[in-house]
Design a protein around this ligand. Structure first.
Ligand code: ZN
Ligand code: ZN
Length: 834
């Protein structure tokens, strides 16, 4: 009688044994044959992990186990991105201290991760809110300050009214705060910045060599936004300093008929003072400043401007042109000043039409000169320059731009320049739960660095969380009151904390020496272990975290601490898991606020951790969005039950046979190969190749086929006990990265020493692995939706499983009921779905 599969007991047993044996421990002094596997460290949230979060950890763990079995010294650490606003907001709401709140969440999340059977080297665990960690944020900041890479300036910055703090440009998405979604305001404040723009070229150049998704590399390229053009100076009679304009179209300089300044531009206030329309201008400046970025940036937003009544000189024509303040010019785009060329720029064209400003075409087409009065839109491309002095006759394009730059430089009215969209990284935050910026404000000496010997600057505990505007650290007199490190006089501490993206910009280095009190980085270990071989995490970090980490890694390299520029050699972004949202009736990303989450805890209690893992990996191509289904979970459970049964039957057979046979070992080849041996070798090949590409969904499909073949051989009595035992052992080893508990259990029951992690990955004989393959056409509701490469004579159930897992066919059957399947072996599978 078949034994019941009892995952609860098996899960508990093996999770305990792995922990007791510290199977994931790695001595990082030895970096031979290394493989550094890393999941992006999570924020310890108060809400429990759902299966959507689980996906990237399960993928990471499966790859980790597979690399271990392939014989690599694989390092898989885990830590906590533990600073941040939710903890502080919880303190305001409920009075729990952010530290207590964070520690509680870490403990709970850790239990959840362990419950999924995930193995990490917990001896290297770190949390960014630990002073032993954040003191090195401060140390790094001081090194950057010494080199001019950290600095303080007054600037128009993004302010999130919801988070009550400033934000970096990278944290503003379509004019809204990426965290809270509030429309972002622009305020003039004195803040700390990191000079990431100094690294723009290196950050661009490094992208080419990375084994990363193209989408992420393109997003970073666009964010850095390199453009070649010119900086041109416009004299304004009322001002001493000319206003600099950066333009990628210096060739249209003769067509500039107005100058538009951001209301935040330093020249705007000065012009207002001198203008006959002073009061009106000052009101306008105030009003625009209060409007959100979102309104100012959006396509359909209302464009508004006000003539200062003061003129500038077009440096090419010498003509006086009006100076306007315009809401569509943002202070952090270019220089915050735009030369208005309405004939050849659509936004300028619309503005000119709205305010009846002159339009002067400087390109003519083959059809002749353009009549400005007849224009209905700008003409950005094409034609030949005219009305442009000695540039006349140059065709539109790079040649015209080059000619213009030469001319501008020769006349001393500007210079060629490479511009970037990237801005320096604003790291000040007016919040408590972050790394204190190690600076002191002295009335006599100005702002001074905290000496290294006084690090860490600890977060004070005597702070009340009231949710009022203003930095909570200002309330702690004991924290704020200090002495100046230079003159010894009374001084005040900086009360801003660092952006938490500073914490995550170098944590991958710290796993190599988390307890090191003497150094931020252990250079020797880093030289052995860096870069991270495989990094796994969400696409939402494509710019923020991944750009900052690449920047800081370069800074750390320039400090002489590491030798690499790129921290992550290979990147994988897992797709989201979706589910029906009961309130909208739509299939949406799984999230707590939508109420469509599935907790792994309940599923583990019902089906065991292996079922959750198998289904999560089987659900679809890992880089794609996949929809969660209850039936899928049940299917994964049935598969494991069958694996359990097959292993039980093989074990019983072996007990009967008593003596081992002479079956050829996998990898050694065999002259008289049985059909099962061929399937076995083919499965080893497929799973090996699939696992390397993260394609565990097709690996699971192959293992299902293999399990079925063993079951059939048992039914038919067509194989020797030794062959069956060999096949079952191979099944267990191949399935281990996907379903570690039940496989570990059977490995032991078959009389092998633990642990499967330390058992070599099976090899295959290519001669045995090849078989006669045919192409099976798959139709869904009568339309051809894909073709499958299957073995001749494949069973209908195998063909169906492969069709469901196939990337092209899946979208047509997913979430639908298969009413009927018509199967013509070796030719056609027709599915009728509804
Ligand atoms: Zn916000
Ligand atoms: Zn001083």
């Amino acid at each position: 009688m078949a034994e019941k599969y009892d995952p609860a007991e098996i899960d508990r047993k093996w999770q305990r044994r792995w922990e007791e044996a510290r199977v994931a421990y790695v001595d990082t002094r030895d970096g031979s044959n290394k493989f550094y596997m890393l999941n992006m460290f999570p924020y310890p949230s108060a809400s429990r992990l759902h299966v959507g979060h689980g996906r990237n950890y399960i993928l990471g763990d499966a790859l980790y186990r597979r690399e271990r079995m392939a014989g690599r010294r694989t390092f898989n650490p885990m830590g906590w991105d533990a600073f941040g606003l939710p903890a502080e907001n919880a303190a305001i709401a409920s009075g729990v201290h952010p530290r207590e709140y964070t520690e509680g969440n870490i403990a709970r999340m850790k239990t959840q991760l362990k419950g999924l059977g995930l193995l990490y080297d917990w001896s290297k665990e770190l949390a960014s809110c630990d002073p032993r960690y954040y003191r090195w944020n401060q140390w790094l900041f001081l090194r950057m300050w010494e080199r001019g890479l950290a600095y303080r300036k007054t600037a128009a910055v993004n302010w999130c009214p919801g988070c009550r703090t400033v934000l970096a440009n990278e944290q503003v998405v379509d004019g809204r705060c990426e965290r809270s979604g509030d429309p972002v305001e622009i305020r003039d404040l004195t803040q700390w910045f990191l000079r990431i723009t100094d690294y723009a070229e290196r950050l661009l150049a490094g992208l080419d060599g990375l084994d990363w998704p193209d989408r992420v590399k393109t997003m970073q390229r666009n964010w850095i936004g390199r453009s070649e053009g010119a900086e041109v100076f416009f004299r304004i009679e009322a001002l001493v300093e000319p206003v600099a304009v950066f333009t990628t179209r210096p060739d249209t300089l003769y067509g500039a008929t107005f100058l538009a300044l951001a209301p935040e531009h330093a020249a705007a206030a000065k012009l207002a003072e001198k203008s006959p329309r002073r009061a009106e201008l000052e009101r306008f400046i105030e009003r625009v400043r209060r409007t959100s970025r979102l309104e100012r940036e959006s396509e359909g937003g209302e464009r508004e401007g006000l003539d200062t009544g003061i003129t500038a000189l077009n440096p090419a024509t010498g003509e006086a042109i009006p100076v306007w303040l315009a809401n569509y010019v943002l202070p952090d785009y270019g220089t915050g000043a735009v030369m208005g060329v309405p004939a050849h720029d659509q936004r300028d064209f619309e503005f000119a039409r709205q305010y009846a400003l002159p339009i002067r075409p400087v390109y003519r087409t083959e059809a002749g000169e353009i009549d400005a009065a007849q224009m209905t839109e700008a003409i950005p491309h094409g034609g030949v320059l005219y009305r442009s002095g000695d540039w006349d006759g140059t065709p539109n394009g790079p040649e015209a731009v080059r000619r213009a730059i030469d001319g501008i430089e020769a006349r001393g009215i500007g210079r060629g320049r490479v511009g970037y969209r990237l801005r320096d990284w604003l790291i000040s935050r007016q919040r408590y739960w972050g790394t204190p910026i190690p600076a002191v404000h002295c009335p006599a000496c100005g702002v001074q660095p905290v000496p290294d010997a006084e690090l860490p600057v600890l977060l004070p505990e005597d702070v009340a969380f009231r949710g009022a505007e203003g930095n909570p650290l200002e309330q702690s007199e004991a924290f704020v009151t200090t002495t100046c490190p230079k003159c010894g006089g009374p001084a005040r501490r900086e009360t801003d904390t660092m952006d938490t993206f500073v914490d995550s910009s170098w944590y991958y280095l710290r796993f190599l020496n988390p307890d090191d009190a003497a150094a931020m980085v252990d250079s020797e270990r880093a030289s052995k272990w860096m870069p991270v071989d495989q990094y796994v995490g969400g696409i939402e970090h494509a710019i923020l975290h991944l750009l900052y980490a690449r920047f800081v890694c370069r800074v750390v390299r320039d400090l002489g601490l590491v030798s690499i520029e790129e921290p992550f050699a290979r990147l994988f972004n897992q797709g989201m898991i979706t589910k029906l949202n009961p309130s909208t009736g739509k299939i949406e990303k799984m999230s707590k606020s939508r109420g469509n989450t599935v907790s792994p805890d309940e599923l583990i209690a019902r089906f065991g951790a292996d079922t959750v893992r198998v289904y999560t990996l089987f659900i679809g191509p890992p880089e794609k969005e996949s929809e969660w289904s209850e039936e899928g979970v049940a299917g994964a459970w049935r598969f494991l039950q069958r694996v359990h049964d097959v292993c039980g039957r093989v074990a019983a057979l072996l007990a009967d046979a008593q003596k081992p046979g002479t079956r050829p070992a996998v990898g050694e080849g065999a002259a008289a190969a049985s059909p099962l041996l061929r399937i076995e070798h083919r499965t080893v090949q497929r799973v090996t190749e699939d696992a390397q590409r993260f394609h565990f969904h097709t690996a699971v499909a192959a293992l299902m086929e293999f399990q079925r073949a063993i079951g059939e051989a048992l039914d038919e009595g067509s194989e020797t006990p030794a062959a069956l035992a060999g096949a079952a052992r191979t099944l267990i080893r191949l399935l281990h990265p996907i379903a570690p508990h039940v496989t570990e259990e059977w490995w032991e029951r078959f009389g092998n020493p633990p642990f499967l992690l330390d058992t070599p990955w099976p090899t295959f004989d290519p001669a045995l692995a090849t078989s006669e393959r045919i192409t099976l056409v798959v139709q869904v509701n009568g339309k051809v939706r894909g073709r499958l490469d299957v073995e001749r004579g494949a069973a209908e159930s195998d063909a169906l499983a492969l069709a469901r897992a196939d990337e092209r066919i899946r979208p047509w059957v997913e979430g639908k009921e298969i009413a009927r399947a018509v199967y013509v072996p070796d030719r056609l599978l027709n599915l009728v779905v509804r």
